[in-house]
Design a protein around this ligand. Structure first.
Ligand SMILES: Nc1ncnc2c1ncn2[C@@H]1O[C@H](COP(=O)(O)OP(=O)(O)OP(=O)(O)O)[C@@H](O)[C@H]1O
Ligand SMILES: [Mg+2]
Length: 250
């Protein structure tokens, strides 16, 4: 099997599901495994302007934890203050999301790294500008999608909807990572990953344990980086990318 550069679009079944934690841990793990990947949070909402620039957000966590050193203007080219979907936040601020700027930054990062992990905002159907949304951006970037999902009751519905929406938008769904698996999972947490695989045909590539040491504000990834490697999840992501690439080349 040929080795391909690991570039991915990471979306979630909702906001706050663990996309940033998983993206940063995956980037760090892949880098430790010899894959020189960069990170990107193309559009960040809900961050305040400060005298020096912007208060830290997902982009700072991603770069700090992964150990990537790129200018913040490339990693996070668009920031908006309102904690809303990008198109709504932009409208409220009397502006529009500069998609050309987003894509120029993305292409520059692709030239700097063998691969780039791009974290979307919110979920796959979130609007960026008018009816142009996250799925359109992932398609424009020509990236397969990795979905981060919750373990709790309701996740089957959210994950199936996300997979189907992505596929109907012409995207390839690589797999699912379930984030925040409790130490003592209940029945829903135990059974939902298998149900998701069965209903979607998409593999669950890992189950990140709940870890109260993880703190995105303090840039503390807890054990998530070690887990990403030791659990074999990072390797399964690579394997799955190769399986898809080989299937497409046939
Ligand atoms: N495995 C975990 N164990 C414990 N807490 C976690 C875990 N994963 C994420 N968290 C916490 O949950 C919160 C949301 O995580 P994260 O910021 O990664 O979500 P997100 O999907 O990127 O959100 P957003 O839509 O805002 O980008 C954070 O406070 C983070 O510290
Ligand atoms: Mg995030």
């Amino acid at each position: 099997m040929s080795q391909i550069a690991p570039s991915l679009f990471i979306t979630g079944t909702d906001t706050g599901v663990g996309k940033t934690v998983c993206t940063a841990a995956l980037a760090r793990a892949l880098r430790e495994m010899g894959h020189e990947v960069g990170v990107m949070k193309p559009i960040q909402t809900g961050v305040r302007r400060t005298q020096e620039g912007w208060e830290p957000g997902d982009a700072e966590y991603l770069t700090h934890v992964s150990g990537v050193n790129d200018p913040m203007d490339l990693v996070c080219p668009v920031r908006l203050e309102a904690p809303l979907a990008p198109s709504v936040a932009a409208e409220l601020e009397g502006t529009t999301v500069d998609l050309a700027r987003v894509l120029a930054a993305y292409h520059e990062l692709r030239t700097r790294h063998a691969g780039v992990l791009v974290e979307g905002a919110g979920g796959i159907a979130v609007p960026i500008q008018g009816d142009y949304g996250m799925a359109d951006l992932a398609r424009k970037m020509e990236l397969p999608v990795l979905i981060v999902a919750r373990p709790a009751l309701g996740t089957i519905n959210h994950t199936v909807l996300t997979v189907r929406y992505a596929q109907s938008a012409g995207l390839t769904v690589l797999g699912v990572i379930v984030a925040g698996m409790p130490l003592n999972p209940g029945l829903a947490e135990q059974t939902s990953p298998a149900a998701i695989e069965q209903l979607t045909g998409v593999p669950v590539l890992g189950r990140l344990p709940y870890d109260d040491k993880i703190n995105t504000d303090r840039c503390d990834p807890g054990a998530s980086v070690d887990w990403m490697r030791a659990s074999g999840t990072a390797q399964r992501v690579l394997d799955q990318m190769n399986i898809l690439a080989n299937a497409l080349s046939k």
